[in-house]
Design a protein around this ligand. Sequence first.
Ligand SMILES: Nc1ncnc2c1ncn2[C@@H]1O[C@H](COP(=O)(O)OP(=O)(O)OP(=O)(O)O)[C@@H](O)[C@H]1O
Ligand SMILES: [Mg+2]
Length: 293
Amino acid sequence: MNKEQNIKVTTSHTSPLPHREGPGESLESPHHTSPLPHREGPGVGLESPVIELQNVKRYFQVGSETVKALRGVSFKIYEGEFVTIQGTSGSGKSTLLNQLGCLDTPTSGEYYLDGISVRTMSKTQRAHLRNRKIGFVFQNYNLLAKTTAVENVELPLMYNSEVSAKERRERAVRALQAVGLGDRLEHKSNQMSGGQMQRVAIARALVNDPAVLLADEATGNLDTRTSFEMLVLFQELYRQGHTIIFVTHNPEIAEYSSRNINLRDGKIREDTINHNIKSAAEALAALPKPVDD
Ligand SMILES: Nc1ncnc2c1ncn2[C@@H]1O[C@H](COP(=O)(O)OP(=O)(O)OP(=O)(O)O)[C@@H](O)[C@H]1O
Ligand SMILES: [Mg+2]
């Protein structure tokens, strides 16, 4: 048995994640139960944005037709913001997320990630940047099926030669503890519920301590209760200073984030700061108890 397996685990969701240094830190609320801190987003402070889009367009050529999925999108996202990108089906959300995640390149416009122009990079440089700066949470989890939780979470660190096997395991265990799965380290993906798999996916996204956490419909496949549990977790990550971009078709979710960007027909219709962030924990507590409880 290796040493790491003896690490004391906790099922608490409040255990600390590896913190990012930065302006978000000082705004942290020391209290788990206190209201969410309100962070002023765009244009406040002297910090530079984690993400900056300048008039990004993405056109697709389908036969003789040009589909304008993004028609000129500009925004800045600062460290510590919890941004929902909301819009109806076909409004361009996934296309936008693919730009932000460096999975696709715009037809025109500029994208700066942590101050670096993504357009000018080679494919290899982009892949490297993606691995180091971005944590993805996909709708279908994208976990390896017959692989344990801790092995799944270790994956992104495999490409990082600066991290030893021992450190890799320790960081994976910490990330799983932080999402409340300290007691499921050795469970395989097919031995877990949807909500647990989503937590593994979130732990995997966080293990590299990314500059930004990108989630595409992270509550899309889950029942109401599990969706709220997931929102509680995202709010905790927000409180800890993580920068989160959460794509959803569901307008209700915007009430739990600090800022909402509403997309329509590939353009920003509205970009609003939420001054009254609802507590997902309270919403969860107010849900009717499951019948078999
Ligand atoms: N690879 C592609 N080739 C051609 N058209 C595309 C491609 N990807 C997206 N589109 C088109 O771009 C528009 C935006 O698509 P996108 O997938 O970004 O929407 P969405 O907001 O994510 O929708 P949903 O909520 O249904 O996931 C749609 O009209 C879509 O048909
Ligand atoms: Mg989509």
